[in-house]
Design a protein around this ligand. Structure first.
Ligand SMILES: Cc1ncc(COP(=O)(O)O)c(C=O)c1O
Length: 390
C-alpha cells in the first residue's frame, strides 16, 4: 500500500473511494530534471495549468519548488492565487489573457502578468502606479497562433510602450508555437524567425529579458528555440506531445489510475449490458463492475473500445460507460471483490497508456490527463530525492 502524503482521505484508501490516482512524485521530479539537463543552459518553467495536467496543482508546485524550479507557469489568475495561498514563493507567470478588473489581484499576489497589447500594458502600469507597487510582466508576441498577443509585425508599439514604463518591470518576452509537435516544422521555424526579429528589435534598445517560446514539442524537436527558458507541460508529466515528435527526453508517465472490483456476476448470452443495451455476450461470461465512470473523466466516448488491466491482463470494458460505473468482461477468468483494476498506467507488465485512452476517446492525451476530475482523489507516492535542477 502506498504511503499517503497529502490528503486525509488517503489514509482510508480502500475504505473510502477505491478509485484514485497514484501520482509518482519521484517520476515527476526525474522528468523535470531530465528536461532541465536536456535544455541546459536554458532553464525550465514547468506548466501547471489545469490542475497540473490532472496531477494536482498545489502538490506538484510544491515538488517543483522543492527541486528548485526557477519559475512556474499557470493559465489563470485563480490558479496562481491558489499557489500563493498554499505558500508557493517561486515566481509564477500567468500565461492567459487578462481583464482589467483582475489586475489588483495579480499585483497583490505577486503574479507575473502576460501583457498582450498596448492597452493592457497601460492598464497594468496604471494599476501598479495606483497601488504604489511594481508590476512584473512578460510581453506576449503572436508569431502565428492567432490566440493572444500582438502580431509580430506590429510589435514595435508594444515594445516602445514597454520601454517607457515606470511601474512595470518588463522581465520577459514570449511567444507560443502552434505546431511544434507536427511532422513538418516549417510553420514552427517561421514562428521562431518572426520571434527572433522582435527580440532583435528589443535588444537594440531594451535591457536583457527572459526570452521563451518552447513548449514540449519544441523541447524535443527544435533545440534552436530553447533560448533562456522552456515551458514544458505534457512532457514534464511523462507523456510525449504527439506521435510525430522525436523521443529525445527520457521521461516516464507519473500517473496510475486505479480502482477495485465492487461486483461480480455471470451474464447469459444475449443479455444486454448497460444503458442503451448496445452490447451482449455471445457466450456465458463473467462481468465485474468497477466504480468509475464519465463523472470522473473516464470518457463515455470510449464505450466499446476501452480496456483495463486486472491481474496483469487486459480486459475489455463492455456496454456503455456509465457516470459512476463500468462493466468489464473477464471471460471465464476469476476476479473477486476488491481486486485492483488499473484504468491508466502499468501493473505487472501490462499497461494502458494516456495515448491509448486518447485514441479510444478520439482525442489527445492532454484532454485525457486534464479530464480526470477532482472527484478522483490523488494519492502522492514515491521519493523525490535531493538532486536539484541544474
Ligand atoms: C503558452 C503555453 N506555453 C506552454 C504550454 C505547454 O504546452 P505543452 O503541454 O505542449 O508542453 C502551453 C499549453 O498549451 C501554453 O498554452
Amino acid at each position: 500500500m502506498p504511503t499517503p502524503l497529502h490528503e486525509p482521505t488517503l489514509a482510508e484508501d480502500g475504505v473510502l473511494r477505491p478509485t484514485h490516482l497514484l501520482v509518482d512524485r519521484g517520476r515527476l521530479a526525474d522528468n523535470l530534471r531530465a528536461i532541465a539537463r536536456h535544455v541546459a543552459p536554458a532553464k525550465v518553467m514547468p506548466v501547471l495549468k489545469a490542475n497540473a495536467y490532472g496531477h494536482g496543482l498545489v502538490p506538484v508546485a510544491q515538488l517543483y519548488e522543492e527541486i528548485g524550479a526557477p519559475y512556474l507557469a499557470v493559465a489563470y489568475l485563480e490558479e496562481g492565487m491558489r499557489l500563493r495561498r498554499a505558500g508557493i514563493r517561486t515566481p509564477i507567470l500567468v500565461l492567459g489573457g487578462i481583464l482589467g478588473s483582475q489586475l489588483p489581484l495579480f499585483i497583490e499576489h505577486d503574479l507575473t502578468i502576460t501583457a498582450s497589447s498596448v492597452d493592457k500594458l497601460e492598464a497594468i502600469e496604471e494599476i501598479a502606479r495606483e497601488a504604489g507597487r511594481r508590476a512584473r510582466v512578460h510581453l506576449k508576441i503572436d508569431t502565428g497562433m492567432e490566440r493572444i498577443g500582438v502580431h509580430w509585425y506590429s510589435a514595435d508599439a508594444l515594445l516602445e510602450r514597454a520601454l517607457r514604463c515606470t511601474h512595470t518591470h518588463v522581465e520577459g518576452i514570449f511567444s507560443h508555437f502552434a505546431n511544434s509537435d507536427a511532422p513538418d516544422l516549417t510553420h514552427a521555424r517561421l514562428q521562431l524567425e518572426r520571434f527572433e526579429e522582435v527580440l532583435e528589435t528589443w535588444a537594440r534598445r531594451g535591457p536583457p529579458v527572459l526570452r521563451h517560446i518552447a513548449n514540449s514539442g519544441a523541447v524535443e524537436a527544435l533545440p534552436e528555440s530553447w533560448l533562456d527558458l522552456v515551458r514544458p507541460g505534457i512532457l514534464a508529466y511523462g507523456v510525449h506531445p504527439s506521435r510525430d515528435v522525436p523521443r529525445q527526453v527520457p521521461v516516464r508517465p507519473a500517473l496510475t489510475w486505479v480502482s477495485r472490483v465492487v461486483y461480480f456476476k455471470v451474464v447469459k448470452p444475449g443479455n444486454p449490458v448497460s444503458y442503451g443495451s448496445t452490447w451482449a455476450p455471445e457466450e456465458l461470461t463473467r462481468l465485474v463492475t468497477v466504480p468509475v465512470g464519465y463523472g470522473d473523466g473516464y470518457a463515455r466516448r470510449m464505450s466499446g473500445r476501452a480496456e483495463v488491466v486486472l491481474h496483469g491482463r487486459r480486459y475489455p470494458v463492455v456496454g456503455r460507460i456509465c457516470m459512476d460505473q463500468v462493466m468489464v468482461d473477464i471471460g471465464w477468468d476469476s476476479a473477486y471483490n476488491a481486486d485492483e483494476v488499473v484504468l491508466l498506467g502499468e501493473r505487472d507488465g501490462s499497461a494502458v497508456t494516456a495515448e491509448e485512452l486518447a485514441e479510444w476517446a478520439g482525442t489527445i492525451p492532454y484532454e485525457i490527463l486534464t479530464g480526470i476530475n477532482t472527484r478522483v482523489p490523488r494519492v502522492y507516492v514515491g521519493e523525490v530525492g535531493p538532486e536539484r535542477l541544474p
